[in-house]
Design a protein around this ligand. Structure first.
Ligand code: ACO
Length: 270
């Protein structure tokens, strides 16, 4: 597919998925939603993608939904509107949360409204200290809807969920880290380097163990104690089967052979 609103860049096991409407601050229009849906579907099975980074081109990460093309121009087209909302829901929700490789949101600038669902549903997030983020819906007479409430409740501190949803105040990258929306903030000049450093750390790990970790935690957080226990037992058996015994035969064996210290480093895969 020839993408117009996004761009894909591959780099040694790491794939950058970039919103590419810098002239519109990377607001998500129907084309962008369709393309992200398609790209995530394709990259799910792409052996060269071991870690996925989502970022924006230009000075913006994502200015939320395209207020003109997603809301205003579709207001009298219920069928088309429903269709595109579903696509938007699918890729930013289940497809992103359960993407089989780790995902990192690299928040390079403006991030508003629906952009929070992208950040919240990535596994990890790094932001530029200088970025400005906001739950701006209240500022145009609306509320954080769709996927945003779940995503922000999942990651942000509750008082800040309420504060920023009710006031619509924008905040910077450092504040985003303080309130749990992202893992950490770095100066913008260091953002790409630090994001790649984190991605490279993940590329070193066992890919099946990463996938199982995501599924155990992401599904497990919605289960009770007993369900979590049996869920993780079942996933453990699945992992051993998929790895063909890898974690025991390599990870544990290399430790018993005194080849490495798992408390401090990763086992040798090959
Ligand atoms: N939807 C549609 N177009 C947008 C959006 C958006 N969400 N955000 C920016 N744009 C467009 C502007 O209309 C403008 O287009 P034009 O050049 O054709 O007039 C262009 O992007 C540049 O935007 P400016 O406002 O000129 O840029 P500036 O740097 O001054 O401000 C900012 C950037 C703060 C991001 C501002 O554009 C803004 O407030 N955007 C809306 C952000 C927002 O509230 N998003 C929430 C959407 S609701 C939701 O996601 C559920």
């Amino acid at each position: 597919m020839d993408y117009k609103a996004i761009e894909v860049k591959r780099q040694e096991g790491i794939t950058w998925l970039m919103f590419n409407r810098p002239e519109k601050k990377n607001a998500m229009n129907p084309t962008l939603h369709r393309e992200m849906h398609h790209a995530l579907w394709e990259l799910e099975d792409d052996a060269d993608t071991r870690v996925l980074i989502i970022t924006g081109k230009g000075d913006s990460f994502c200015a939320g939904e395209d207020l003109r093309e997603y809301f205003y121009e579709l207001k009298d087209k219920p069928v088309e509107s429903e269709r595109i909302r579903k696509i938007s829901y699918e890729w930013r929700g289940k497809m992103l949360r359960l993407f089989s490789k780790p995902t990192i949101a690299c928040v390079n600038g403006w991030c508003f409204g629906g952009g929070f669902a992208v950040v919240g549903n990535c596994d990890l997030a790094i932001v530029a200290e200088e970025a400005k983020l906001g739950l701006s819906e209240i500022n145009f007479g609306n509320f954080p809807g769709g996927l945003v409430p779940r995503a922000i409740i999942d990651v942000m501190r509750w008082r800040e969920v309420m504060y920023y949803s009710l006031t619509g105040d924008a905040f910077d990258g450092k504040r985003a880290a303080e309130i749990g929306l992202v893992n950490f903030a770095v100066p913008k000049v260091k953002l790409e380097e630090e994001t790649l450093k984190l991605a490279a750390k993940l590329v070193e790990k066992d890919a099946i163990a990463l996938k199982e970790t995501k599924e155990v935690l992401r599904i497990g957080r919605h289960l009770n104690d007993e369900e979590t226990w049996y869920w993780s037992q079942a996933k453990g058996h699945e992992m051993t089967y998929l790895q063909k015994g890898g974690w025991l035969d390599k990870g544990i064996k290399q430790f018993t052979d005194k080849q490495y210290r798992p408390g401090l480093e990763t086992f040798k895969k090959d």
